[in-house]
Design a protein around this ligand. Structure first.
Ligand code: RB5
Length: 144
């Protein structure tokens, strides 16, 4: 597996899952950095998406995880940054294939949409799955 360094962030709508995912990362000894938010107070998801996107595109972190109420705002915002391939996943198959075929480097989740245990399974699979390359690399390169 690649050397995983994960940068994670959420708005208030994804705060609880962010904290749970951090517990998961700690339990697996996966290096991470939490860009916030650090309270349940209302905040603006584009600011958080920007922080995570910048840390992934700079190469400082290999993967990013973003959580908001639906995951939609975070994925729209993150995908504005060149080099970011953010995948909003609500099932484990999409999580696996977003890595294997799309080489997604940011995972987006919706706390108000999926259950917490499913979210943690998605994170687990997404972090463990590698990019298959080959024909998929050609297609990803076409996006870039
Ligand atoms: C916040 O209420 C909510 O709009 C946000 O968490 C997210 O769902 C946006 O896409």
């Amino acid at each position: 597996m690649e050397d995983l360094k994960v940068v994670i962030g959420s708005d208030h709508g994804g705060f609880h899952y962010k904290e749970s995912i951090i517990e998961y990362l700690k339990s697996r000894n996966i290096e991470y950095f939490d860009v916030g938010t650090h309270t349940r107070e209302s905040c603006d998801y584009p600011e958080i998406a920007k922080e995570v996107a910048k840390k992934v595109t700079s190469g400082e972190f290999s993967r990013g995880i973003l959580v908001c109420g639906t995951g939609i705002g975070m994925s729209i915002a993150a995908n504005k940054y060149r080099g970011i391939r953010a995948a909003l996943c609500g099932d484990t198959y999409s999580a696996r294939v977003s890595r294997a075929h799309n080489n997604a480097n940011v995972l987006c989740l919706g706390e108000r949409v999926i259950g917490e245990h499913l979210a943690l399974d998605i994170v687990d699979i997404w972090l463990k799955t590698g990019f298959e390359g080959g024909r998929h690399k050609r297609r990803v390169d076409m996006i870039e």
